[in-house]
Design a protein around this ligand. Sequence first.
Ligand SMILES: [Fe+2]
Length: 351
Amino acid sequence: MLFRELNRGKCKTYLIACEETRSAALVDPLRERIDRYLAVLAYYGLKLSAVIDTHTHADHRTASFDLRELVGASAVMHRRAPAPHIDRHVDDGDEVAVGSLAVRVLYTPGHTPDGISLLVGDRLLSGDTLLIRGTGRSDFAGGDAGAQYDAITGKLFRLPDATRVFPAHDYRGNTSSTIGDEKRLNPRLAGRSREAYIELMNNLGLPLPDKIQEVLQPNQTALDDDVLRFPTLAEMNQVRQRSAPEVDAALRAPSPPLILDVREAEEFDGELGHIPGAVPVPLKELPARAGELEVHRDRTIIVVCRAGVRSATGAAILTGLGFEHVANLKGGMVDWNDQRLAVERSSHRDG
Ligand SMILES: [Fe+2]
């Protein structure tokens, strides 16, 4: 196996390659470094088969969408990842083949709801779940310190002590650690109970990263801000959230809401299906097509997407356009399907 960290900075991108087949994967590639990655791949004579993001990043734009377009690599993320154009959604226990190498997926949420760690041989790529002598913050939208503690102590710390740990970030110049060292020496975790960990993580008082919405929303939507004016964090925080059972109940009530599905066409008719009666308007077309919704201005509009994140952007955009009765389906079609609520799939779909 060829294994390299390619950025030599605080933000880590790993190259994993099978020397037999020359097949390669990039984990957490940065958009501004695409030229470097393509040069390294060419230098080693590797074919990029997969680009894997360990989670939806808030501090840098991902290169996955561009690399997918440029060289046809398949984009891999956890099933709760909000973005469109992900070729393969993975879950705990799945394997991603890179030539003859098997990359095992561990679901490790907490920093974000879509966090995964990757195990290849004796190396663990721990994303922003477990850092060297630290852990990824859990105070962004969708973060969960308790889930993070459970993922680290229940999954990562059960790996052999000699497992080498390669995080997605390091701010102190470290390159790797081991599970054994982190169990003994990680100051956030060693000897700390779940309750104490949650207390600690909920009171870190860290400022939000600069331009978080300008980074997050393009990563969540695979759109640029020249396509869409993204709502501000304050506008996003005002979006009303409705759970899948609440929306299901509202649909059975006397004046049901309009379901506005902002996913791409292939997702609307894809594996998760859509809510019966949903009106499809992809997020990138929403500002231009909002006029079509004028007739529904007095009705409640529930905005829906895959994971409930792009739809929150959609809901904030509609609110900004003066629609007053707008809410977001929390957890999106992933939760809707997990709750086994009614779904319609297009009949002409294969498989
Ligand atoms: Fe992160």
